[in-house]
Write a protein that binds this ligand. Sequence first.
Ligand code: NAD
Length: 246
Amino acid sequence: MPGRLEGKVAVVTAAAQGIGRATALTFAREGATVWATDINEVKLKELADTAGITTSRLDVTNQTDIEALADVVGAPDVLFNCAGYVAGGTILECTEEDWDFSFNINVKSLYRVIGTFLPLMIENGGGSIINMSSVASNISGVSNRFVYGTTKAAVTGLTKSIAKDFVGQGIRCNAICPATVDTPSLHDRINAQPDPEKAMQEFIARQPMGRMGKPEEIAYLAIYLASDESSYTTGTEQLIDGAMTL
Ligand code: NAD
């Protein structure tokens, strides 16, 4: 049976670990030709060596990098913008530098990456853009996630705007909004707490399902949004949150 993404070309950002890596692997298993990109070249090489996926260094904050990738890839059918940074703290701890850093990687990167690939996708007859948001956004207030939640709310606005403007040109644009997902950076955040065991239990307790999400569970949703099975879906925020916001 052919894979659900057979014949499609997919670009994935932040694919060296976590949700991006799981998605690159599942996209490839579903038959897509995957371009897995990240700034972590060591982990990208592991991915290339173990899974045979094409990898490329891409810093989503660097326009020159993005244009160089577009020159090589051409028009993808699927563009999964996964790169993002989870900053902690309230407004009182957020400096202007922190604000600019988070907006640059979480929001301006989408302006750059989509702005570069979208004309190619339109010329190619369309495609699916998937943006990584979070329940910490316009959906829900989460403690100590001031600038993070603010940036992810902006991702929703950007997603809906693109969906609306290009709906007549074969472009779909949707956002994924997960609750806590078990990824390397989550463990870094937990280990940075004074009592990591307590912090782990608190992260788990946020979801009434009593556990964190697995990166693969987010990847399955990304497959749906990437595939033609979701051809009537655009401009949406897809909650995947273990009932956190129920
Ligand atoms: P992660 O944070 O563990 O890994 C992030 C990856 O991004 C790393 O491989 C890193 O090298 C790469 N990266 C960092 N800066 C980059 C840049 N400038 N250009 C390209 N790549 C860069 O991965 P994760 O936890 O799966 O998070 C991925 C996305 O999912 C983020 O947007 C995050 O906000 C979002 N998200 C995560 C969770 C969670 O609980 N883990 C929940 C909701 C949303």
